[in-house]
Structure formats: structure tokens, C-alpha cells
Write a protein that binds this ligand. Sequence first.
Ligand SMILES: *Cc1c(COP(=O)(O)O)cnc(C)c1O
Length: 386
Amino acid sequence: MNIETRLREELAALADQGLARRRRLLESPCAPRAMVEGREMLAFASNDYLGLAAHPELAQALADGALTWGAGSGASHLVSGHLGPHDLLEQRLAAFTGFARALTFSTGYLANLAVTPTLAPGRDDAIFADKLNHASLIDAAQLSRARHHRYPHNDMAALERLLAASDARSKVIVTDAVFSMDGDLAPLAELFALAERFDAWLVVDDAHGFGVLGPQGQGSLAHCGVPAHPRVILMGTLGKAAGVGGAFVAGSELVMDYLLQKARSYIFTTAQPPAVACALVKSLELIAAGDARRAHLQALIRQLQEGLAGLPWQLLPSQTAIQPLIVGDNEAALALSRALWERGLWVAAIRPPTVPVGTARLRISLSAAHSQADVASLVDALKALA
Ligand SMILES: *Cc1c(COP(=O)(O)O)cnc(C)c1O
């Protein structure tokens, strides 16, 4: 078949460039000790930053929720799928983040698709996006007809120039709060000041800060002292530190009302199973009471940073659970990841197009479920391989 030729050629080219991806099959729940394709591994690969994904209280809340509310929600929120647990979860999320209201989504990808294209839909609108933003934010911008300006990573002077030169009807600044492949923070206070000055919305994707940063794990906005102001829209995911799945968008009454009426990825999709919302209500309680988990995670971060100082690869400075070790070459990053694998350590190699060409890396992901001995094992292995 002719139509298959191009697909075969492209897949072969990916393999040639060392860019072909594969999935590993886990035969145990998400945890640092994982049975992976028949081998017991020590994993530094998940986004389960607080170690909640396999927490028995969440599993119990999910099971109880299913027995009470059934398996499915049956429809989208606006048709007949907005059930009691969804509403309770929204209220708890709003109270926890300090915003007037929150809406829940079944994934962060869908949540991001809801915000930017809805606030800046037309040719006379403009989107200002950090170059390292997550793929879902980039895709969201492409669903809009607005002008899409991408500014160099965290470059506030460049962003200021773009905003000053814009006469757009609605301006939307969009940023990851914690960059998913670098682990660094956006300068959220400066971004908020620019949004104020140029009358722009500020959309913050806190997939990696929610639960981890800020008092009680409220997230990156609280960590940076940015208020729950009506021009700020917060997106948080609930499958990473929160340990379950799904996402939310929080903001003012007006913005949430507007999204509920207009956001296509909110309207035209089935509400997540109510039991998931039940588990998430419990997860929010564990996050709020999770200071010990967060302190332990911070101690592990310091231990890793001190342990890896002086190795030939550069560890990017990050205060978050994402600790990227830059290797550079795709094959070299893969080889290092494979050598760790042989030693029973699972650390993902991240290559272009997920990261810029020439910055292939190991994305070391720490979790409060790791022990100091776990981190010491990784440090020792990397030293031996250096
Ligand atoms: C993971 C992630 C998302 C997507 O969230 P899902 O719930 O996994 O769909 C969005 N933004 C960022 C920055 C992420 O890391």
C-alpha cells in the first residue's frame, strides 16, 4: 500500500536518529520499587512527587466512591454528568487555591485546551507563550486564530517588548509555572506585574508545582506570592503530586462562568468518573497535611544535588522534584539511561523534540516515597558511570 510508505519511512528515520520511543510495562503499582518487565527496579521516572499514587487511603476513597456513585458519570458536565463528588471537588479546589471557583477536567491536556483558545479566540487577540511551555499549551494556542508570540525562556524583557508592541483586543500570557523538562520556575511575580501593566490575562500551568511548592502545597503562585487575582487563571493537574488523575482550572467567577459556557474541551467531553473525584477530595486532604512529605522531598533534592556535584554532566538547578541531568547527545543520554537500567535503576532519557536539540538529558524525578538510601544508590551508580 502506497499510503503506508511514508509512515514506514518516518518510523525508520526516527529509529535511525535514536528517537524511537518505547513503553515499559509495569507489573506493580506506581512506587519507587517497581516490577518492570520481570525485573525489580528502583524508579526515578514518575511524576508521583508526594508518593500518593499508591496510597491506601486514596485507593479506599476510589473504591468507596465507586460503590456509592457507580463507575461512570454518564455524560458531560452540562448535560447530566455533573455529580455530587465533582461539585464537592470543585469547591475544595477553589478553597485550597484561594480562587473564587474551579472547574474540573479529566486531563490536564484538556484543561489547557479549554483556557487559552477560549480567552483569546480571534485574529485580533494575542497569545504570549514561553518557548519551553508544555506541548499541551502549544497545542492549545494552535486551536486559536490569535497571533502566537513565543518569547525566549523566562525572558521578561523580551515579553515586555512584545506586550508593548501589541494592540491586541485580548492579551493572554501563558506559562508553565515549573517547566516540566527543566524543573525551574517561571518568574511568576514579574509575569503578574507585566500582566497588570499591559492589561493581560496570566494563565499559569502548575502541573509540577501543585502539591509540591507553597504553604500546604498550594502551588507555585502561593510560593511566589502571586495573589488569586481575577486576571490570573490557574491550571493544575491531579495525576502528578495529587496521585490520581484529572486536572482543574481555577479563577474568578466571571472567567469560570465564561469557560463553562464556551470552552469546547469542557463542554464536549464526558465528566470524569465520580469515584475519581472522591479520591481527589481525599488527596487534597493528604496534600494539605503533607508538610512532612514535602520536607522529606526537599531533603532528597539537596542530597541529590550535593551527591552529583562534580560529575561531567550538568544538573540543572531546580527546587522541584524534577532534577534534569544534561547529557547533550541523544545516543549518549540513551546509553547512560541504559547503563543505569542494567544496574536496576530506572531514569528516563528525554530527547528532542521534547527538549531542544543537543540537550538530551536524564530526567531524574524524585518522590517523597523515595528513601535517602534510594537516592544514594542513584548517586553511587552515576558516579561509577562518569
Ligand atoms: C503533565 C502536564 C500536562 C498534562 O496533564 P495531564 O493531566 O497529564 O494531561 C500539562 N502541562 C504540564 C506542564 C504537564 O507537565
